[in-house]
Design a protein. Structure first.
Length: 59
């Protein structure tokens, strides 16, 4: 059982190693598949959260 309010993230997001969100340093070349998967997951969560807020707040 996790801590209250804790969010379990899929493996790609945990592998990216950044607790603040997906990041990539341009000097390291193009982002790899793990970073791209983490970014897709993070983007989906933002879109889902925004849709939930819109439904509740009815803007």
């Amino acid at each position: 059982m996790g801590r209250r309010g804790a969010v379990r993230h899929p493996q790609p997001l945990r592998q990216s190693g950044n607790p603040y969100g997906t990041s990539h340093v341009a000097g390291d070349g193009p982002p790899g598949e793990v970073i791209l998967q983490a970014a897709r997951h993070q983007a989906r969560r933002v879109v889902d959260t925004a849709a939930s807020l819109k439904a509740v707040l009815r803007f």
